[in-house]
Design a protein around this ligand. Structure first.
Ligand SMILES: Cc1ncc(COP(=O)(O)O)c(C=O)c1O
Length: 399
């Protein structure tokens, strides 16, 4: 531990990382490491000997002293081969990064574990965020484990699974009807109460946690990068984080070659990144009426929109809007073909891949990774109701 050198803002300002910092309006903050020293002192073999969780990447994480780590054994999720789906789609290799295995059921645990650990180290007591549900559930559990407080603002239609995680862990949680105002509410509450605003891209450490998805994908492919990654984008933080990982690995010389192309998927009912991509704009405009199923991908003004569009421009890729009904059908397809029970947000990536293949954006020999950000268990009330026959005492079981 201890390779973090400083923080850098998107305007190039460098600052020490010894105190909690919030990004200035319109800017973002990123952690920088002394990668030359990491290169000299750490090797991919050392990483491979580490624990089977995201803390195996400790040299590339911001926590300075292992005693501050708050962990529920998150990360190091499997990168599952999906040969049946690949064959169906005419691809040689398709893999699914199964983030549903994380402790709270989604990839949000990565950002929560790393950022809460770092803030525990810096003596922060209370953080606040707006979340469409999954992050609130995750942060609540990790805050409880750390003895900290996570103040959560969630939409009125948040999934019961997430609300139960907030409730059971005893964290203060507020429901908000007009979701367009969520960021402003949290910012004002933080200002008044002296809480730390940990909303998407307001601070640098959630990104570091989510970055471990990219580190794992490369390690699990034998320190190689795939040709393309499909990611279900809400605020856009996860995609930006995965590419930060690839970039750091390239600088370390642990992987070689070109960074993958990025394809993001969004629901048709809230697709500001897709709209900007199709209109060839560098920035998203705020999305009007939100019409998406409960859960993630409810980000009408994505804080990472600009960053995601820049990654697509720089490395290739695209942004694809998906109907909710296609996403639900893809939940079933993932389960039926490969036994993977993903949430509908994650299943948008399979729909996006199918569309990308039809548009000839993907070549048959390319290695594609779908990021399945969460488990279907988080979305039970949203999925079609199971209808099975009841067996009477005299009934026969036949299929
Ligand atoms: C299951 C799920 N997938 C994807 C996302 C989008 O994540 P990001 O903000 O990194 O784009 C979210 C965010 O709420 C989510 O809960």
């Amino acid at each position: 531990m201890g390779y973090m050198s400083e923080l850098e803002s998107s305007s190039g300002e460098r600052m020490d990382a010894k105190v909690p910092r919030t990004a200035k309006p319109g800017e973002t903050l990123e952690v920088r490491y002394d990668l030359e020293r990491v290169k000299r002192e750490v090797s991919p073999r050392d990483i491979e000997q580490g624990p089977a969780n995201l803390w195996r990447y400790a040299p590339l994480l911001p926590v300075q002293d292992a005693k501050h780590v708050i962990s529920l054994n998150e990360g190091y999720t499997p990168l599952l081969q999906t040969p049946r789906l690949a064959r169906k789609l005419g691809l040689k290799t398709l893999s699914v990064k199964d983030e549903g295995r994380n402790p709270s059921g989604t990839f949000k645990d990565r950002g929560a574990s790393v950022a809460i650990s770092r803030y525990a180290e810096l003596g922060v007591r209370t953080v606040a965020l707006n979340s469409s549900g999954n992050a609130a559930g995750s942060w609540s559990l990790y805050a409880a484990r750390a003895g900290m407080t996570s103040v959560n603002v969630v939409p009125t239609d948040a999934q019961p699974s997430s609300l139960q995680q907030c409730r059971a862990s005893g964290q203060p949680t507020f429901l908000l009807k007009n979701w367009h105002d969520a960021g402003r509410f949290v910012a004002e509450a933080c200002e008044c109460n002296g809480w730390l605003n940990i909303c998407t891209l307001k601070e640098p450490y959630r990104l570091e946690g989510k970055k471990t998805m990219g580190l794992e994908i490369a390690e699990q492919l034998g320190w190689k990068m795939p040709d393309a990654v499909f990611y279900p984008a809400g605020g856009g933080l996860g995609a930006i984080a995965i590419w930060k990982a690839f970039d750091e690995l390239l600088r370390l010389g642990w992987v070689k070659g070109k960074l993958p192309r990025l394809y993001v998927t969004q629901y048709e009912g809230c697709a500001p990144i897709v709209q900007a991509f199709e209109q060839k704009r560098a920035e998203c405009s705020a999305w009007g009426k939100i019409d998406v199923p409960p859960g993630g991908l409810k980000s009408p003004n994505p804080p990472g929109g600009r960053g995601v569009l820049e990654l697509i421009r720089k490395h290739g890729g695209g942004a694809i809007a998906v109907s909710a009904s296609d996403a639900f059908a893809a939940v079933d397809e993932l389960a039926r073909e490969e036994g993977i029970f993903a949430c509908p947000e994650s299943a948008t990536t399979l729909v996006g891949l199918t569309q990308a293949i039809a548009r000839k954006w993907i070549k048959p020999l390319e290695h594609v990774v779908l990021v399945s950000t969460g488990s279907g268990l988080k979305s039970i009330p949203t999925l079609p109701e199971p209808r099975f026959p009841t067996i009477s005492s005299s009934g026969e079981i036949r299929i």
